[in-house]
Design a protein around this ligand. Structure first.
Ligand code: AMP
Ligand code: ZN
Length: 476
């Protein structure tokens, strides 16, 4: 395997990737807080992990991927204040928090499927891992990293020497910026809750410190260790997860195990809309389902969300979505046309120049993604291939097969091509070709008549840019 390198938020450097175990990768992603429909910004972060995972699989690694579901403890305010997001939604919608969670988990699953995300190996839920969290909090108390005040437990950040290493926040800086109305129970303003007592909270569990509920950060420490072990390769999230969430996760897990926890931290920059972070609190959001209802193709939404580098902001626009549709059409049209051109041609030879441009494309794609997931360069390699393929006039059957196999291999990572249906009868493709010629010679009446004939035979002809077309079986 050639070398792969990634930017690591922890070291703030691009580092050569070395898996903990040869041939295997363990990846943990912070998943959704299920109190509302996830928006396309959330999915930009989830898709960054999907692209990483698919690329590592392309490179031959067996990837174990865990994505948590937050269904308790994520408060409206990072400073352990404010309502629990799920409970706030439950009160507003007059439902039980578990009902709220299930409803939005379903919404998340539907959108993940629409986006062709590879399912994680497990989606552990916070509310189903309270015992594991309590056990870790107890270890932190026993080791002197946490303290009990009444029925609450807090992490003492001054006991963890690397606190601030991930985010670059020093305790001095944080304390200077801390709010005046500091929670007086805490030893230090930056200490954070591991377990909270609040009689008004709907979801409560028994613990050695009384009834209560867990802080938000402890779920990811406890569940990642349970499913991936005390040390693993990757941890991903959006840039707002860096602080406090991931900083606190590191203090908890490394405090409890005494070992280095995660080797590579990967964070995606925000998706913006009109220059602002897309977020529930701003209300400037779109869901995947909404965009599909507006008529945008699901694979174009996926393409748009992965096609810019994860360490740059992506400004979402509808024009960007349309451009994504055209880009995918270009690739699928290339696949369709090369198959058509090679039909009936039994020649098994692959010319050197054809092998050379296929190899160049695969290598270029691989090298670009090996360089910290440089997706723009990887896509450029794909479109160079498309250009070369479109120039081929009489491809042999073997050449067409090799080209299609290369594009399909690339699409194992991109995940944007729809499954092609090879069972279009020759009679229909001939009609479609005749219609194209009629259109080229501006014989609109003939073109329309042929389209009607195709429709009557149970097929749909979709026109694409530059006189190309796609044939599908009609649904009815
Ligand atoms: P949440 O459901 O709020 O816990 O967020 C789920 C994931 O989406 C987290 O990893 C966030 O960092 C990420 N996220 C939230 N807003 C955006 C955005 N506008 N662009 C990219 N990622 C985001
Ligand atoms: Zn998390």
């Amino acid at each position: 395997m050639s070398q792969i390198q990634f930017y690591n938020t922890y070291s703030k450097q691009v580092e050569i990737f070395e898996p903990l175990e040869p041939g295997k990768v363990k990846l943990y992603s912070c998943g959704p807080t299920v109190y509302s429909h996830p928006h396309i910004g959330n999915f930009r972060s989830f898709l960054m992990a999907d692209l990483l995972k698919r690329f590592l699989e392309f490179k031959g690694y067996a990837v174990t991927h865990i994505m948590n579901i937050t269904d308790v403890g994520h408060l409206l305010d990072d400073a352990d204040e404010g309502a629990d997001k799920l409970e706030e939604a439950a009160r507003k919608e007059k439902k039980d928090p578990l009902e709220i969670a299930q409803f939005y988990i379903d919404s998340f699953s539907t959108a993940s499927e629409l986006l062709n995300m590879k399912p994680a190996d497990s989606y552990p839920r916070a509310t189903e891992h309270i015992d594991e969290m309590i056990a870790m909090v107890q270890v932190l108390i026993d080791k002197g990293h946490a303290y009990v005040v009444g029925h609450n437990v807090y992490y003492d950040v001054t006991t963890f020497k690397n606190y601030g290493k991930l985010s670059g926040n020093t305790l001095d800086d944080l304390n200077t910026g801390a709010r005046i109305e500091v929670n007086s129970e805490k030893k230090n303003p930056q200490d954070f809750a591991l377990w909270k007592h609040d009689p008004k909270h709907i979801q409560q569990w028994d613990s050695p410190w009384g009834r209560g509920f867990p802080g938000w950060h402890i779920e990811c420490s406890a569940m990642s260790v349970k499913y991936l072990g005390e040390q693993f390769d990757f941890h991903t999230g959006g840039e707002d997860n860096i602080f406090p969430h991931h900083e606190c996760e590191i203090a908890q897990t490394e405090g409890a195990t005494g070992k280095k926890w995660v080797n590579y931290w990967m964070h995606g920059r925000f998706l913006l809309f009109d220059g602002e972070k897309m977020s529930k609190s701003k209300g400037n959001l779109y869901t995947i389902q909404e965009l599909v209802e507006k008529g945008f193709k699901k694979n174009a939404i996926r393409y748009a969300l992965i096609a810019s580098h994860y360490r740059q902001n992506y400004n979402f626009t509808f024009n960007g979505l349309k451009a994504a549709e055209q880009a995918i059409d270009k690739i699928s049209q290339c696949v369709f046309t090369i198959k058509e051109k090679a039909k009936g041609n039994a020649d098994t030879a692959v010319r050197d120049e054809v092998s050379a441009f296929i190899e160049k494309a695969i290598n270029g794609f691989d090298e670009a993604l090996s360089d910290d997931l440089n997706i723009s360069k990887a896509l450029a390699a794909v479109f160079d291939l498309v250009k070369e393929v479109n120039k081929l006039n009489s491809p042999t059957a073997a050449e067409a097969t090799a080209i299609v196999a290369a594009i399909e291999r690339i699409d194992l990572v991109l995940g944007v091509l729809e499954e092609t249906d090879d069972s279009i009868p020759a009679e229909i493709t001939e009609l479609a070709e005749r219609r194209k010629q009629a259109k080229l010679s501006k014989d609109w009446a003939a073109a329309d008549a042929i389209r009607d004939e195709i429709t009557a035979k149970g097929f749909v002809l979709e026109d694409m840019p530059s006189h190309e077309y796609r044939i599908k079986k009609s649904d009815g």
